[in-house]
Design a protein around this ligand. Structure first.
Ligand SMILES: [Zn+2]
Ligand SMILES: [Zn+2]
Length: 267
């Protein structure tokens, strides 16, 4: 197991959340490593969107996992004297049958695991509620009858179920739904029921000894971190370990928003 605490207290030049050619990232893994070395990073972890049991354009296919492993090994051999390279996945929690705790992921020998929720159940299918607001808006109408309360409740229900099931080290962007939900219904995060969901999740994170990532991917475009800075006090109060990840999909953004996150969280 990686000693995240040791790494993140001795270096601010690390990133443990990155997408590449193996999922919806837009550059080969090697380009990220070259850029990371150029920028003085000490540690770089890859986290393709995990295979899931149905078709999804953003997720890695099971048949590509061996190539992903081989490419990580190749890069370690080439660049391992300059930077620590890790092989992970951002594993989607789908339901009791598929998530970070599934035996399949044990068989992969990953260096660490991120658990994230992107999919919301709708009848017997699962709908990706991540991504652009324009597409979220279409899905709200098409699948959810514009019932934002159902979508938000489901997101946090999925999140709690994922935490209870375990099998991961870092919880990815644990309030991600807050962004699209706030465009759909401005002020939704100020509502008591919404705040109660987040409080429950933070307590579950604490009880299950998980690491929270501060995800900086949307800072430039949406002016927020995940989790929202409004929850930083609660996370500090519970003394939950925190790491700062850029969730980069292109090499140019591996450090985007990270400085601001350190400033905002650690002051
Ligand atoms: Zn994600
Ligand atoms: Zn991601």
């Amino acid at each position: 197991m990686i000693d995240f605490q040791k790494i993140t207290t001795s270096s601010r030049r690390y990133n443990f959340h990155a997408h590449t050619q193996f999922c919806d990232g837009r550059a080969p893994m090697e380009d990220f490593i070259v850029k990371a070395i150029e920028e003085g990073f000490t540690d770089y972890g890859f986290s393709p969107h995990s295979p899931i049991p149905f078709e999804s354009p953003c997720n890695m296919k099971q048949s590509d996992v061996a190539a992903y492993t081989a490419e990580t090994e190749r890069l370690k051999a080439l660049y391992g004297d300059r930077i620590n390279i890790y092989r992970s996945m951002e594993i989607d929690y789908i339901d009791a049958n598929w998530g970070p705790s599934s035996p399949y992921f044990d068989s992969l020998g990953l260096d660490y695991r991120i658990g994230s929720v992107h999919f919301i159940p709708c009848g017997d299918i699962f709908v990706d509620t991540d991504g652009r607001y324009s597409s979220f808006q279409v899905k709200m109408e098409k699948y959810f009858d514009n019932d934002i309360r159902y979508v938000v409740d489901s997101f946090y229900r999925q999140t709690l179920a994922m935490i209870e099931a375990g099998g991961f080290d870092i919880i990815g962007h644990f309030d991600k739904i807050g962004s699209n939900a706030s465009y759909f219904q401005p002020g939704i995060e100020n509502e008591e029921w919404y705040a109660a969901h987040v409080k429950n999740v933070i307590e579950a994170i604490k009880d299950n000894h998980l690491i929270v990532e501060i995800n900086t991917k949307s800072l430039a475009e949406h002016g927020r971190f995940f989790p929202n800075a409004r929850y930083f006090d609660a996370i500090r109060r519970y003394d939950i370990p925190v790491i700062v990840n850029s969730d980069a999909h292109v090499p140019a953004l591996i450090n985007a928003g990270r400085f601001e996150a350190f400033e905002a969280y650690f002051k």
